[in-house]
Ligand binder design. Structure first.
Ligand SMILES: [Zn+2]
Length: 285
């Protein structure tokens, strides 16, 4: 079964954990590492003949339009990861709209193609904020992959559906919501194969969970960030929890990623899901 592999394209200083130390006004002064990390990720994907979905941060697309071109020319799918990496649930509808438009403009300066997929920074969309779905539909998106049905201090909606489902915006328009993968363990949803979950858990957990999802007929949706394969990034003296969140097991990401690519089939979101939503998608829990 084909599973989704997705990458949120941002640099090491753009993350929520370092927000206090590196507000967006300071990003231009930091040493960028995203270019070399993207090339590295593409080389790894190429070894396994895999295309992926890259949700690009607008700020990165604006500063490095060559990244968008590079990924598109290699056949990868391009999605949007907001402009400023702000938490959507802290934005007003107008702020969210402006941020998304600015990001789309930056991405489209690199490649002028329709952008169909959105991934919010830190999975910060709350499904009850219905204006989000309308805004995404208004701006031409077909799908979103931002509602993570887990318990987490920054993100997560633990009672949200675990599998892809259609959210009706109005009579004629819908958004396909594609949550990152979870499995249920002792009555709780636990994340699978993404970011911290990929780094912190042993490979056997990710592999077992993905096999379980595939056996039930569900494609896995995994995600990671370019900085998660970068052992040479600057080490920041942040709070202990932020350091733990950002640096723990960095050296294992590439090894686990390679094992996943070897043992499972992966593709971009557009190849795994019917983005035109012609087929009804069930939400089995
Ligand atoms: Zn992000």
């Amino acid at each position: 079964m084909l599973n989704c592999i997705t990458i949120d394209v941002e640099d090491w200083f753009c993350v929520e954990s370092f927000r206090d130390i590196f507000p967006i006004e300071t990003w231009n002064q930091q040493k960028p590492r995203v270019l070399s990390n993207i090339v590295r990720i593409c080389e790894i994907l190429n070894e396994y003949n895999v295309k992926a979905t890259f949700f690009i941060l607008g700020w990165i697309a604006e500063k490095f339009p060559e990244i968008t071109e590079y990924l598109h020319s290699r056949g990868h799918e391009i999605g949007c990861h907001s402009y400023s990496h702000g938490l959507v649930y802290k934005m007003s509808p107008e702020e969210f709209r402006d941020d998304t438009i600015r990001s789309l403009e930056a991405i489209n300066a690199g490649v002028n193609i329709p952008i169909r997929g959105y991934r919010a920074p830190s999975f910060s969309i709350k499904p009850k904020d219905e204006w989000v779905w309308k805004t995404l539909a208004d701006l031409g998106f077909s799908y979103d992959s931002s509602v993570f049905p887990v318990v987490h201090d920054v993100y997560g909606t633990p009672d949200a559906p675990r599998f892809a489902h259609i959210i009706k915006v109005d009579e004629n328009r819908s958004i396909l919501e594609i949550p990152p993968s979870t499995v249920r363990i002792f009555g709780k949803n636990i994340g699978v194969g993404g970011g911290g979950y990929l780094r912190l858990f042993p490979y056997w957990y990710t592999s077992h969970a993905l096999k379980r999802l595939n056996r039930l007929g569900f494609p896995g949706v995994i995600y990671f960030h370019p900085w998660e394969i970068d052992l040479k990034q600057p080490r920041i003296k942040a709070r202990a929890r932020s350091r733990l969140r950002h640096y723990t097991n960095l050296k294992t990401t590439e090894i686990k990623l390679r094992k996943l690519l070897k043992n499972f089939k992966f593709g971009p979101v557009r190849d795994v899901f019917d983005l035109d939503m012609k087929k009804q998608i069930g939400n089995r829990l």
